[in-house]
Design a protein around this ligand. Structure first.
Ligand SMILES: C[S@@+](CC[C@H](N)C(=O)[O-])C[C@H]1O[C@@H](n2cnc3c(N)ncnc32)[C@H](O)[C@@H]1O
Length: 211
């Protein structure tokens, strides 16, 4: 199995350029825009950017002008270096090294919202994983993330594609995993115009933890 941390270790210096050319840049921007339509950022909101990479999602949040506090969580050293370079002087963006293994290195009910772009492709989504994310969100808080999705004609909840250590999931399965935590799905969208090298596409969910 590919160790995803090492995968990004070598691509980190070129990540921003690769994702610009591939069209991926639209993904974090779209996630932020859908989140804003469904929920909107409020002043001093504590936001976790899970798997923050070089900071494209955090940048998209900052570009809205929202007055929020962002913690970027990132396990890959080389990606974290790029994030730090971008936000070192930003008073409301901090970096924490680490990632999801079978738990998150974060306290209970710490965040008003967890946003994540392009990371759940590297994690096999299960009810247990969703429960762990809900643990770090305050009651009434939000979880918004993108994932790779595959057609319902492929009769599998998830498919492991190997290269790049990516998983794709079926929409109904991801929704069921979220709902098993008690969360309410506020938005589900399918994204077009961006394709990985295999046949999966991107989807996104915005969900709310019960109060
Ligand atoms: C496609 S990049 C996305 C980076 C950033 N979110 C963006 O939108 O540009 C995937 C990121 O997820 C991180 N990642 C992979 N597995 C992870 C895990 N288990 N926990 C946290 N982050 C992880 C990688 O190190 C990498 O920075």
């Amino acid at each position: 199995m590919v160790d995803i941390k090492y995968h990004y270790e070598s691509t980190a210096p070129d990540y921003d350029q690769i994702t610009r050319v591939s069209g991926y840049d639209r993904v974090p921007v779209r996630l932020v825009s859908v989140f804003q339509q469904a929920v909107s950022f409020t002043p001093a909101m504590k936001v976790l950017d899970f798997g923050c990479g070089t900071g494209k999602l955090a940048q998209a949040i900052c570009d809205t002008g929202a007055d929020v506090e962002i913690t970027g969580l990132e396990p890959c050293r080389a990606m974290a270096v790029q994030f730090d370079r971008r936000f070192r002087h930003h008073p409301h963006v901090i970096l924490q090294r680490g990632g999801y293994t079978d738990h998150l290195p974060l306290p209970d009910q710490e965040f008003d919202a967890v946003l994540s772009a392009g990371v759940f492709d590297h994690i096999k989504i299960t009810p247990r994983v969703m429960k762990e994310f809900m643990r770090v969100i305050k009651p009434g808080g939000f979880l918004a993330f993108t994932y790779e999705r595959h057609s319902r004609l492929l009769p599998k909840d998830h498919i492991y594609w190997g290269a790049g250590a990516t998983y794709s999931h079926q929409d109904s399965y991801v929704k069921a995993c979220l709902e098993q935590t008690g969360a309410q799905v506020l938005q589900h969208q399918r994204m077009f115009g961006y394709f990985y090298y295999h046949l999966a596409r991107m989807g996104l969910f915005v969900a709310q933890k019960p109060v």
